[in-house]
Design a protein around this ligand. Sequence first.
Ligand SMILES: [Zn+2]
Length: 542
Amino acid sequence: MRRIQIFDTTLRDGEQSPGASLNVDEKLVIAKQLVSLGVDVIEAGFPTSSPGDFEGVRLIAEKVHGPIICGLARAVAQDIDMAARALEPARRRRIHTFIATSRIHMEKKLKMSPDQVLERAQAAVRRARQYTDDVEFSPEDATRSDLEFLCLVVEAAIDAGATTINIPDTVGYSVPDVFAGRVRYLYEKVPSLRKVVLSVHCHNDLGLAVANSLAAVAAGAGQVECTINGIGERAGNASLEEIVMALRLHGEAIGVETGIHTQEIWNTSRLVSNLTGLEVQRNKAIVGENAFAHEAGIHQHGVILDRSTYEIIRAEDVGWQGNQIVIGKHSGKHGVESVLKDRGYLLEEEQLKEVVKRVKDLTDQEKAVEEDDVVAIARDVMNDLTPEEQLLSLKEVSVMTGNGFTPSATIKLLLEGKEVLGTGTGVGPVDASAHALVSIVSAHLGSSLRLAEYGLKAITGGTDALAHASIRFEDESQNLFRGEAIDADVIIASVQAMVKGANRAMNFRKHRRENGKNGLEPSIQKPAVSTLAAQAAAGDKR
Ligand SMILES: [Zn+2]
């Protein structure tokens, strides 16, 4: 059996999904869960794209062991040097460098001739090899590149020392037959390709990312690049869980297997969904809420008689969890820790202590705390701002609401050491609070913030359930700042989420003032839109 390498790019390509920015703590937690899942390579980020990305890659390189830790770099010296620096602490490190090879990208984006691209590719691989023996090269937009030129570049990259050649379907353009044909052609024309690993990286614009990846594996590819829940730019990347389960069911027929511990799939899926805020669609293959509806109580006659009548995968094979444990007053640290561990949240000691404390506060109030509550609290703790980032905190909030009069809110904030009071009215108490808060913060910043998104969810059932509020503020340059908070009171949860978002906006401003226009502070959420726009302008997307 050929062992197919699973290269997870959730933290790099997945994180480029609009609105899915993760802070470094969240990236670390996901990386640790990817180790439990058994992936072979973790692409931890794109170190030159932002200081936050650099810090994330560096932290994962330092603290996550087992898989190869990979960093992305354009085929320019500065990117490669920076990736090498971020990856320095890793026991096994890979530099992944890329340059576009399609005519449209070379002419319109790079403004380079094919000869120049070829030269640049070789120079990049050589430079990366000075730092590590493990170098991956991607000819970006390979599926729209001239096949003969693609062969030339691939051969040149291997000559320069690349150990993995990745063929990306950057724009999700290909179909399985054609894509597999390209892989076979490359093997035929570039004999040295047999000595390295051929990888594929498919996007899902036509809904064919998984099908294209599987076709390439059957044609000889040895590595598949994919993301949890298929997240990624535009329509996303090939979904890890779909590829893995398809290979589990059909791998034997083509003589391949993966090293993935499939029982960790469900937890990993929920972890990524919770931390990125990107919900899994109900009918999503393998990990959607409805994928194992039989288990959820919708017993169909055939399933009761014999499960194999309608089930091709057993729920327990992907670690699907049905019922939840209730955390009691006396569950203590171990109870909380084991719930979190089961769900993939391997927290640092200090964070764990904080979660235990908050759970205890709730059980002391005689509240029934369920597993999902514990997970929500852990997320909240990971999202906490550091004391230095806390430029703004909530002192008091009061709201008046009812029918027959206009809802209003009064908010008192502690703003850089000074107490400030604001009032607002709105269609409801949350809207009124938002107006009150935004009026204070906008006056202070000298620019306007707008509440672009607001979401509220009860974490478990019942009117005494914890509420999870998530918001995004937008400034006039379309930078987005997210905030999330939980509380037993929906108004408090909402206002606290807005306070976090406002803090991020203020920190972003402060650091831009201090570091010039592009200065981004590592611990700040990367404002997703502006960074993506900047990358697009610089031609950084793959
Ligand atoms: Zn991609």
